[in-house]
Design a protein around this ligand. Structure first.
Ligand code: IMP
Ligand code: MG
Length: 175
């Protein structure tokens, strides 16, 4: 299996997640936070980040699919699995794998906001430094990366490579 080159190593991810966890712990001190993982890409990031959050934490999941080609989203989002929990009056932290155009997240946040949470913030492992991005407010960003297509640590290409313990860039010829 072609895995390409390492962009962000396991060690760098671990170090950054502990910093993010500390920041989240400070920001939510005395509150109960409902961490909402966006499946499938966020599963690994969510599990590892959660170990560094030291306030009362509950978990829920959503699954969305963005229509589009394998590497570009169209912004039309379908909810494949909605939350099990009601979020009105609760502190919701949405955990995403990557924000590229921001269209998926914009749709998701609009939908969740209508349910009147007490607060609604986003933690993403990766943010693509994309000038085309729609304005979305992302409070916690792991790493800002270039426009290249990345895989690993939850992120897929055609459903593969999610299990890589690092974030990598596929070789052009394997795409
Ligand atoms: P956006 O709507 O353009 O922000 O893209 C959101 C979704 O596209 C992400 O949640 C990913 O599932 C997918 N995506 C965007 N860029 C990448 C990438 O580089 N690797 C893997 N998936 C990506
Ligand atoms: Mg995704």
């Amino acid at each position: 299996m072609e895995t390409g080159r390492v962009l962000i190593s396991e060690e760098e991810i671990a170090q950054r997640l502990s910093e993010m966890g500390e920041q989240i712990t400070r920001d939510y001190e005395g509150e109960v936070v409902l961490v909402v993982g966006v499946l499938r890409g966020a599963f690994m990031f969510m599990a590892d980040l959660a170990r560094h959050i030291r306030v009362a934490t509950e978990f829920d999941f959503m699954a969305v699919s963005s229509y589009g080609s394998a590497t570009k989203t169209s912004g039309v989002v379908r909810i494949l699995k909605d939350l099990d929990e009601e979020i009105a009056g609760r502190h919701v932290l949405v955990v995403e794998d990557i924000v590229d155009s921001g269209l998926t997240l914009q749709y998701l946040l609009r939908t969740l906001k209508l349910r009147r949470p007490a607060s609604l913030e986003v933690a993403t492992l990766l943010l693509k430094g994309d000038m085309q991005r729609v304005p979305v407010d992302v409070r916690y960003v792991g790493f800002t990366i270039g426009p290249e297509f990345v895989v690993g640590y939850g992120l897929d290409f055609d459903q593969l490579y999610r299990n890589l313990p690092y974030v990598g860039v596929l070789d052009q010829h394997s795409l």
